[in-house]
Design a protein around this ligand. Structure first.
Ligand code: PCA
Length: 219
């Protein structure tokens, strides 16, 4: 069993991105016998998706989890859906700022995660990690990569999806004003490790399917 875990380089003036720190920590960790490959993606429209698609061809993973930072989110944020829109509020790391352009011209409006998102949320919650289902991955580079991932793997027997992580305490504090939510790196690592173990178990169970528990939102 092969797992590809991606994280992003820092962006938007930050000097670190927990998504890459977490992926780096987990590279080489034994996950119920699964082999884990960690990959850093540039926070750049286009190039990020190209690098990811290259890695998919090279590693032929059974499970792909892409990680990104979402400042302001509380806990582990398991994304439900990727949409076919790039609409950047800030420039990416190459200075590009697309507005309302498709990730894949002519592609479907959206793809769902093929991770068992409710099963993962339930498992993390039971283990005491802060976690929720998110109904939008935004319209910046994370959603772009998530959409490209799901588009590339459509119809294939690979479990793939996206998980946003909260800020690290030091990042949150930097903002001054009312301190946004944060989570210590060690806790993020432990939660993502558990999430990957749940993915492996679910995959071994021949894609056990998802559980029927609420993860909805009103706004
Ligand atoms: N977060 C950004 C892009 C890279 C990252 O870690 C996002 O949520 O789109």
């Amino acid at each position: 069993m092969r797992i590809l875990l991606t994280g992003f380089e820092p962006f938007g003036g930050d000097s670190v991105n927990p998504s890459w720190l977490v992926a780096q920590h987990l590279a080489g960790v034994d996950l119920a016998g699964a082999q884990l490959q960690a990959l850093q993606l540039p926070c750049v429209f286009g190039l990020s998706a190209q690098r990811l698609v290259q890695a998919l061809a090279q590693h032929q993973p059974d499970v792909v989890v892409a990680l990104g930072l979402a400042q302001g989110r509380e806990g582990i944020s398991i994304e439900r859906v990727a949409i076919n829109v790039d609409d950047a509020r800030i420039p990416d790391n190459a200075g590009q700022q697309p507005i309302d352009t498709p990730v894949v011209p002519g592609g479907p409006a959206a793809y769902f995660s093929t991770l068992p998102i409710k099963r993962l949320a339930q498992g993390l919650q039971q283990a005491g990690h802060p976690v929720h289902i998110s109904q939008t991955a935004g319209t910046f580079v994370c959603n772009h990569v998530f959409y490209a991932l799901q588009h590339h793997l459509r119809g294939q027997h690979v479990m793939s999806g996206f998980v946003h992580l909260p800020a690290l305490p030091e990042q949150a504090a930097r903002a001054g004003r009312p301190t946004p939510p944060s989570m210590a790196l060690a806790d993020q690592v432990a939660a993502v490790q558990q999430l990957l173990q749940l993915c492996v178990a679910s995959h071994d169970d021949d894609h056990a399917g998802d559980v029927r528990v609420s993860g909805g939102a009103i706004h």
